[in-house]
Design a binder for this molecule. Structure first.
Ligand SMILES: [Zn+2]
Ligand SMILES: [Zn+2]
Length: 289
């Protein structure tokens, strides 16, 4: 025990150190707890995915402009694929979105019909409808690297069950392999699986992957470039306003810079604290009989 510290203070310091060590260990082992806001964002995103599935299952085809994302973000699900009827989940309003065949009508007529549907989608809701306040934030953890990294790690674990043939190529010219390794350092895992996770894909079953934001499904028997295989309206490939690069890339760049640093700092802090604690314990007066 240092000469200028009394026994009570020394015990208190040891107690604080042990508590800090427990907290750091808990953070490192749990992958960090999910915040209340993050959980709410996840609920809203789940509702969106559920609506998107109705369009996916109904094999929605209604013009390039009227894509499922646009309708799902505004609270709608597909209830009748043949009649192109959609319904707002929040206020229950039904809307017919059928458009004339673009090859048989005048462009002006087609555009007028399209405009009418767009207006309907935005304005048909009941006054008390909550759809507007439940718009999904597709990258809810963009300010919480740790939560996002945890999500990617879970996805990576599941992805390890995918079967890739030796010949199958998952090319990704714009993805530096150093970045891939930084995020997923386990070298025993196939780098092709890591590329799939990083570019927004998750395992659907052992032979297919699926994007959770556009629900596009791709078989693992053919070579493909994952970052350019999303539907054209997928939020993953929205260009970030400030950086002019796709959102998936923004997230990955941010994670590869900060998360590993944070994790390393915590690991170093834990080791330092642990070493200091065992040294201090040697001269802990409460242990001296
Ligand atoms: Zn509504
Ligand atoms: Zn997608």
């Amino acid at each position: 025990m240092p000469e200028n510290v009394d026994a009570n203070s020394f015990s208190r310091i040891l107690g604080v150190k042990r508590k800090a060590l427990d907290q750091i260990s808990l953070l490192l082992s749990s992958g960090f707890a999910s915040s209340k806001k993050a959980r709410n964002d996840e609920d809203v995103l789940d509702e969106y995915r559920n609506r998107l599935a109705s369009f996916h299952n109904g094999k929605w085809e209604n013009g390039k402009e009227l894509n499922p994302r646009f309708l799902c973000e505004r609270g709608f699900r597909l209830v009748d694929a043949a009649k192109k009827t959609i319904k707002c989940d929040a206020c229950g309003f039904y809307l017919n979105t059928s458009l004339p065949d673009i090859t048989t009508v005048d462009m002006k007529v087609y555009n007028r019909c399209l405009r009418k549907v767009f207006e309907g989608v935005e304005t048909c809701h009941e006054k008390t409808c909550t759809a507007k306040s439940r718009r999904p934030n597709f990258f809810p953890h963009v300010n919480g690297e740790v939560e996002l990294m945890r999500e990617l790690s879970i996805r990576m674990d599941k992805m390890k069950n995918a079967h890739l043939s030796k010949e199958m190529e998952v090319t990704e010219d714009c993805l530096d392999s150093a970045v891939v390794l930084r995020l997923f350092p386990d070298e025993s895992v196939d780098i092709r699986l890591k590329r799939l996770v990083i570019t927004g894909w998750e395992i659907e079953d052992s032979s297919n992957v699926r994007c959770p934001l556009c629900l596009r499904s791709i078989g693992l028997d053919l070579s493909f470039t994952p970052s350019s295989s999303h539907y054209s309206w997928c939020p993953s490939i929205d260009l970030n306003d400030a950086l002019n690069i796709p959102q998936w890339r923004v997230v990955i760049d941010m994670l590869s810079k900060s998360y590993r640093d944070l994790h390393q700092c915590l690991s170093i802090a834990r080791r330092a604290l642990s070493a200091s604690l065992s040294t201090s314990s040697l001269c802990d007066p409460t242990h001296i009989k």
